[in-house]
Design a protein around this ligand. Structure first.
Ligand SMILES: [Zn+2]
Length: 396
């Protein structure tokens, strides 16, 4: 058993009154974020002084006593404090040069607020502080573990969701003594060194075509027209559908890989990105490789399996996995080739995945070049880290 954090996302269906109160929460948290971002900026410009979370939180306590801000009393005070924490994290990331300076929030993008505790679900109803009635929730799957915190959001398509992070005691998958190399591609999503191929799904292709068509229609519509707004909604709905279909498929694929294999070798995505041209870049984004990688990593982590990233330029396609001959003139169009040195006939992707497996195992045994690799193995994030950052990386 291992303690892991799982995130769930469910659609919720608030009544008219509940929508009003949710709207007040979105607005108040946005207000607090912007207000204290401004205050921090002013303090720095005027006094060269940096305010921290506690300065802001003390000030908020005073602000709530001011009768001009009496409306803040309707809002879950923990959500407001959590907004200040978000602001603080954004600030710290900026100073550590990990991200850009925090931006003021506006109400035209996705809206959200965080509930750091006291979330319960009973009989298809979601109970959160400040709401006298439960909010109808569509539980399409069973929740495991104890709910730690959650975020309620409203999309531009006017749908409401809650994502929750739960602490779960996870029964790990059995060891299989099997190792695998994975090549990711354009035609197929993933080609495994044991011959298994995961295709890109066709429904996704169809929807992507539709999306491109609708995006073109959207850009043709007159600015500020109702038609344009309708078209924007259509595009957003398609985006959601594509994301959902893709995520379900990626979950199926990654669970299967992690169940079936103990050591999973794969080329680092960043390196892969370097090797492709712009036209290919779009297709890569389409198949959601980033999501595939992140799922493989956290599911391996949950199950004490190992992901080995091959983190340098490695000629996985051009090298013969039998005799290590490198065929420099191999082009992207060559799906099959014969090694001039040992006469082996290769399927391009299968050969690549076998090379990736070999290289990964070399790295693991210590004969790979140490500085070139990044081995990710069983490091679990601490509770604090997860709760503080309120990450939702492990959406299940
Ligand atoms: Zn050869």
């Amino acid at each position: 058993m291992k303690t892991i954090f799982k995130s769930y996302k469910f659609r919720i269906d608030p009544t008219k009154d509940q929508q009003v109160l949710l709207s007040k929460h979105f607005g108040a948290c946005r207000f607090i974020f912007n207000h204290y971002l401004n205050e921090r900026k002013d303090e720095y410009l005027n006094n060269k002084n940096t305010l921290n979370y506690h300065d802001n939180a003390n000030n908020l306590t005073q602000l709530k006593k001011d009768e001009n801000y009496i409306w803040l009393k309707e809002i879950n005070s923990q959500s407001l404090q959590s907004t200040l924490k978000h602001l603080d994290i954004s600030y710290n990331r900026f100073f550590r040069r990990q991200s850009k300076f925090p931006k003021f929030k506006n109400k035209y993008t996705k809206q959200s607020f965080t509930i750091p505790q006291s979330i319960t679900i009973e009989e298809e109803q979601l109970w959160i502080p400040k709401f006298k009635q439960g909010i109808k929730i569509k539980l399409h799957r069973e929740i495991e573990g104890k709910i730690m915190f959650g975020t309620i959001s409203k999309t531009v398509t006017n749908k409401y969701y809650i994502s929750m992070t739960c602490e779960v005691q996870h029964q790990q998958y059995e060891k299989t003594n099997s190792n695998v190399g994975i090549d990711t591609g354009l035609k197929d999503l993933a080609i495994l060194s044991d011959g298994k191929v995961y295709e890109n799904i066709k429904t996704l292709k169809k929807n992507l075509k539709k999306l491109k068509f609708n995006q073109r229609q959207f850009s043709k519509k007159q600015k500020e027209s109702k038609n344009r707004l309708d078209q924007k909604l259509k595009v957003a709905i398609l985006h959601e559908r594509i994301t959902n279909v893709r995520r379900d498929y990626l979950h199926k694929v990654t669970t299967e890989i992690v169940k079936n294999h103990d050591i999973i070798c794969i080329e680092d995505l960043a390196v892969k990105n370097l090797m492709k041209n712009h036209k290919l870049a779009l297709s890569f984004a389409d198949v959601g490789l980033g999501e595939l990688y992140s799922m493989l990593e956290y599911k391996s982590n949950w199950n004490d399996k190992t992901v080995i990233m091959i983190d340098r330029f490695f000629p996985s396609s051009k090298m013969c996995n039998i005799c290590n001959y490198i065929k420099d003139d191999l082009t992207l169009k060559d799906r099959e080739w014969t090694c001039p040195s040992c006469n082996t006939n290769h399927n391009r992707d299968l050969n690549a995945s076998l090379n990736i497996l070999n290289q990964g195992l070399k790295i693991l045994s210590g004969s790979g070049i140490e500085s070139d690799i990044k081995q990710k193995q069983g490091e679990s994030s601490s509770v604090e880290e997860v709760v503080n950052l309120e990450t939702t990386t492990s959406l299940v």
